[in-house]
Design a binder for this molecule. Structure first.
Ligand SMILES: Nc1nc2c(ncn2[C@@H]2O[C@H](COP(=O)(O)OP(=O)(O)OP(=O)(O)O)[C@@H](O)[C@H]2O)c(=O)[nH]1
Ligand SMILES: [Mg+2]
Length: 276
């Protein structure tokens, strides 16, 4: 049964396949009823034939995010009770999250005990790429019982946490589904948010997708090994980023060559050291 899904940018589609029945609890909702995003005021104007009224939509959105945030708080409490920090890593598809995580696991092996929540719509391809580094990996396929959602939400992460040995971990790295819009709108119980941005995406992206760029404490500017081959304007990008998020930490990196990856690992070490 397809589920109606309206994106914050105004596009919409329905998700075919299984509905949002939680395989662990049997719950049907997951706060996705009607699945309209818009925590940050992405209200639409114009012809809304067949759409709910503004007041009805506000009520639905409040319920969606209210339910998500309750579960996010429970996730956060569960992580804290085990002394685990969590970082939610987001990006558009293919910016380099999994490549960066592989480099991260290789570098922090033996230093920090890391668990991964791997979010993908379909396949275990990325989870498989992260195997063999000594980290526990819990895969969430949003196409398997979660309606094929284009982001992780708190109930999905909540379904993954019991599959990680939290008592034996220091850090959980959450690879969100590749998407520059929806993941930013769902608190999953993380302590910090980071994003990977690839220079192949264009300088203007912070202006076009401000909610994502604004929601992150750190932006890894990835694929800088490609700088000689592109007409990418780094100063222009950084200016656009500053315009929407003046406080963001920026690390220029190449997950391919390893440049900047140590600085990212230092940022993760600093997250582990932040007093609760
Ligand atoms: N040149 C270059 N390629 C990179 C870099 N980082 C990642 N890639 C390549 O970019 C492609 C996508 O990388 P992934 O790590 O799969 O990206 P992702 O963000 O995990 O992708 P999704 O999970 O599908 O959203 C792969 O072919 C990587 O080898 C980089 O720093 N430089
Ligand atoms: Mg990936």
């Amino acid at each position: 049964m397809g589920r109606f899904h309206r994106h914050a940018d105004g596009t919409e589609h329905s998700h075919d396949g299984p509905d949002n029945t939680d395989p662990s609890t049997g719950d049907h909702e997951h706060g996705h009823e009607g699945h309209e995003h818009g925590r940050e005021g992405h209200e639409h104007t114009g012809d809304h034939s067949g759409y709910a009224t503004g007041t009805e939509r506000v009520a639905v959105l409040e319920r969606i995010f209210g339910e998500n945030d309750k579960t996010a708080a429970a996730n956060r409490a569960s992580l804290a009770a085990n002394g685990v920090r969590a970082v939610n890593l987001m990006s558009s598809p293919g910016a380099g999250k999994t490549t960066l995580l592989r480099e991260t696991l290789a570098r922090l092996k033996g230093e920090a005990r890391i668990g991964i929540v791997e979010g993908d719509i379909e396949t275990s391809l990325d989870a498989d790429r992260l195997a063999g580094f000594g980290a526990s990996v819990a895969l969430v396929n949003t196409g398997n019982g979660f309606g094929g959602e284009c982001h992780l939400d708190a109930p999905m992460v909540g379904s993954a946490l019991p599959r990680l040995p939290l008592a034996d971990l220091d850090l959980v790295l959450i690879e969100n589904v590749g998407n520059l819009v929806c993941p930013a709108e769902f608190d999953v119980g993380e302590d910090a948010r980071a994003m990977v941005y690839a220079i192949t995406e264009g300088e203007e992206k912070p202006l076009k997708y401000p909610v994502m760029f604004r929601s992150c404490q750190l932006v890894v500017v990835n694929k800088i090994d490609l700088l000689p081959h592109l007409d990418f304007d780094m100063d222009g990008f950084l200016g656009n980023l500053r315009a929407v998020n003046p406080g963001a930490t920026v690390i220029q990196a190449s997950a391919r060559t390893g440049e900047g990856v140590d600085a990212w690992c230092d940022w993760l070490r600093a997250q582990l050291a932040v007093p609760r």
